[in-house]
Design a protein around this ligand. Structure first.
Ligand code: AMP
Length: 765
């Protein structure tokens, strides 16, 4: 029955063969006398294809009551033979269960608990009425015994060693659970986790329950389908629906999400209004970086993962992070899970999941809109592991989209790549973005090994996770920027996106037009904002164009820095918010940035890379979470500089930001160093590109990475400095004299500029 979809991926870690045999399951029934334990076992064993043994203490001794050690011995023997086992005794407290759980032989066997937590009244009345009970607990004395036992009951928890716990509170739940175990073929496995927990202090996998309801909703159950929708518990139906195939790596959800009883009840009623549907939660699935091929120590890596998750998890509103690995025995998953639990990290926002990162939705039912790739520095397909799997699954579309963003990656860095809608990963799995991340290499067999330098290694691994999570935050932000109608549609899997205008990656679509204007005025670039085309106003030379002054326009716009911007200083902002109205001026439109020619170029080639994010007026608004955006801006700027160098290799480019920009909306200048332009007219123009007023993009990125913000000081004094040649540093009395000098100056650029990638030059031939 099992289809071997994942064989190839599983072979990556050579565990495929082992998994294909399927694992025995030990189901420890937990319930008072009269709760229906024996009936449960008989019903499953009557129709199951899996070999089962029922261990019942009431009959273990040649049909008579026996002891717990006898039960343990018989259970161990049956498991050894590869049989699955029911432990049919009350098992109402942890101690009673623990010896049985230990039989799981270090996860060679799946230990499950099925809790028949039916109303006491029902158990008592059944016990009283029954006759011929194996343990002779019937009639009048049953009531007292049941009552006493229930007083002391201790519900099972995952940390006792169970892989799966199902709580049944009524007959429907019991029926559903019987069906699940009956349908469990020899190679099948059931999703792990804790299902149906009622106690508000305990944990319940609500999110998973929701997707299980969808994934597992039986197509062939007919009249019982109502109970599927109405129940909060995983439903058994057709094994294809409920079971994750043993050979396809069961979707083992190891994290648990706590929810209040009320929410559980809402869910039980099939209400989806009570909280956000799990499919609306933007989810980043990421593999552990550097611990496989790059041989980074698991223990240290798990500390860093938990540390970084803890740092970012609170910044996620309706979003979550999922650490994914292929195998159930994954050491890194289990280390991270334990450490995250110890640190009380919100399990709704972070959990671990066993599955193939390229098939999380189709095979595991877990919808992840964003997946991270443990990439190589060349950002090329191939190699092995996650990188090969993701590039193969995403097809050529990912390669092309990656090339548009970057050609290479440094260790510790990440690059966000929107996945084109023709990629199978997009259509089948609903993945809208891939974030390539490069971690440190500790493997001496691989190039650029850090030779066991864990100081460096740890710092690079930290940077890698920071870049990854900030990249994810930037995706979240660009989603929240979209109007509500579009964000709602985004909750749909791309599979459901029939209307291309609703695809967030079709940049020049209606979606942009629907963004609610916050300034209430219609911007017309050439008419209404008189002066907007006047370069003497719309640039550095206008003192009021910087912070703090209004230039007679009533439509005063408050940026996040609460600076005031004149209407003419809003041109770039309007372009960023409404690119569809400026199609002809734009050289490139991407998810996060736009590229355009500077309207008043101060050199032969002068481009602007404009951030599309609302709320980023200038460098002063940039913080740690914008790191990914800065890196994207840099990468795009670099790409354009390289393109222009291809046309004229004698040019030299510099990429940077003005400390105090004249125009609202964060923009990166990509400017050729000839400064040969009639628009360069005064001292402020010159100094804005040739003093510390101009902050190189590479330096800004470093500063944000290290200090979380850019230093902004002395901006005015920089602009009034004497005029000096940017190459030989000679001083000149005025702009015409300076210009005539720079047209002939052939001195090399100062060292500081030649170092650390401040200048972009054509490669030496
Ligand atoms: P900054 O001083 O860093 O804010 O630079 C703003 C840049 O935007 C200047 O180089 C201006 O020449 C340029 N600029 C002003 N208005 C426009 C516009 N409407 N379109 C393109 N570039 C513009």
């Amino acid at each position: 029955m099992a289809v071997d979809h994942n064989k190839k991926d599983m072979d990556i870690d050579n565990k495929g063969e082992e998994e294909q045999k399927g694992k025995p399951v030990m189901v420890i029934l937990v319930g008072a006398p009269g709760s229906g334990k024996s009936t449960f076992c008989e019903r499953v064993m009557g129709s199951s294809l899996r070999p089962w043994t029922r261990i019942c203490q009431d009959t273990i001794n040649n049909g008579k009551a026996g002891t717990k050690p006898q039960c343990l011995k018989r259970a161990a023997a049956a498991l050894k033979e590869g049989k699955s086992v029911f432990i049919d005794r009350c098992n109402l407290d942890k101690e009673q269960r623990s010896d049985f759980v230990k039989l799981n032989c270090g996860a060679q066997v799946d230990a499950h608990a099925v809790v028949l937590d039916l109303p006491a009244k029902l158990c008592i009345s059944r016990s009283i009425k029954r006759t011929g009970h194996e343990g002779n607990l019937q009639g009048g004395k049953a009531a007292a015994v049941v009552n006493r036992m229930l007083q002391k009951k201790e519900l099972p928890k995952l940390n006792e060693g169970f892989a799966r716990i199902v709580f049944c509170h009524n007959e429907n739940d019991v029926e559903a659970t019987i069906k699940a175990y009956t349908a469990l073929g020899p190679l099948d496995t059931l999703s792990n986790g804790c299902f149906g927990q009622k106690n508000p202090d305990a944990k319940i996998q609500l999110g998973i329950m929701k997707f299980l309801k969808k994934v597992e909703a039986p197509s062939n159950v007919g009249s019982s389908s109502d109970s599927v929708q109405d129940s909060a518990y995983p439903q058994a139906s057709d094994a294809n629906n409920i079971c994750c195939k043993g050979t396809t790596k069961d979707s083992l959800l190891l994290g648990v999400a706590s929810k209040e009883v009320k929410e559980r009840e809402n869910l039980a009623k099939g209400s989806v209004d009570a909280d956000v549907s799990v499919d609306e939660i933007t989810t980043l699935a990421f593999p552990s970086i550097s611990t496989a091929d790059f041989q980074f120590n698991n223990e240290t890596a798990s500390d860093i993962i938990v540390e970084k998750v803890e740092e970012f998890v609170n910044k996620l509103e309706n979003a979550r992070l999922v650490l994914v690995d292929l195998t159930r025995g994954s050491k890194i998953l289990s280390l991270v899970r334990t450490k995250a639990e110890k640190r009380n990290i919100d399990s709704k926002k972070f959990f671990t999941f066993v599955g193939n990162i390229t098939q999380l939705y189709s095979q595991g039912g877990l919808r992840c809109n964003v997946i991270a790739n443990a990439a190589n520095w060349r950002l090329k397909p191939g190699g092995g592991g996650v990188n090969a799997a993701i590039f193969t699954a995403a097809g050529l579309a990912l390669e092309t989209a990656t090339k548009e963003r970057a050609n290479s990656l440094l260790p510790g860095h990440a690059v966000v790549v929107p996945l084109p809608s023709d990629s199978p990963l997009y259509t089948r799995e609903g993945v809208s973005h891939v974030i390539h991340v490069l971690g440190p290499n500790m493997n001496p067999q691989r190039p650029n090994s850090l030779n066991n330098d864990y100081n460096k290694g740890c710092s690079i691994l930290r940077e890698a996770y920071t870049s990854l999570f900030t990249g994810f935050l930037s995706i979240l932000r660009s989603r929240s920027k979209l109007p509500r109608r579009i964000s709602e549609k985004l909750a749909l899997t791309p599979l459901d996106l029939k209307d291309p205008s609703l695809d967030p990656r079709n940049h020049l679509t209606n979606s942009d037009q629907k963004i609610k204007r916050d300034d209430g005025c219609v911007y017309e670039r050439s008419k209404k904002c008189k002066g907007a085309n006047d370069e003497t106003v719309a640039d550095i030379s206008a003192p009021s164009s910087t912070y703090g002054k209004v230039t007679g326009d009533k439509s005063k716009l408050e940026g996040p820095t609460s600076k005031t911007w004149g209407s003419w200083a809003q041109a770039l902002y309007h372009i960023a918010m409404h690119p569809e109205k400026h199609k002809d001026e734009l050289l490139e439109v991407l998810d996060d940035v736009l590229v355009l020619n500077d309207l008043y170029p101060k050199a032969c080639k002068h481009l602007l890379v404009l951030a599309r994010h609302e709320g980023l007026d200038g460098l002063v608004d940039v913080h740690q979470e914008h790191l990914q955006l800065l890196m994207t801006m840099h990468a795009v700027g670099l790409k354009w500089a390289e393109k222009l160098l291809h046309e004229d290799s004698s040019m030299v480019f510099r990429l940077g930001y003005h400390l105090a920009p004249s125009m609202r909306q964060l923009h990166l200048h990509v400017i050729s160093q000839d400064f040969n332009s009639n628009h360069l007219k005064n001292k402020k123009h010159w100094n804005s590109f040739n003093t510390a007023f101009f902050r190189d993009s590479v330096d800004v990125i470093e500063e944000i990475k290290n200090h979380g913000k850019a230093t902004i000081k002395d901006e005015d004094s920089q602009l009034s400095m004497e005029l000096r040649c940017h190459r030989c540093r000679s001083a000149h009395p005025n702009i015409p004299r300076l210009k005539s000098h720079i047209s002939i100056c052939q001195a090399p650029f100062p060292h500081a500029l030649l170092e650390n990638g401040h200048l972009v030059l054509a490669p030496k031939t």
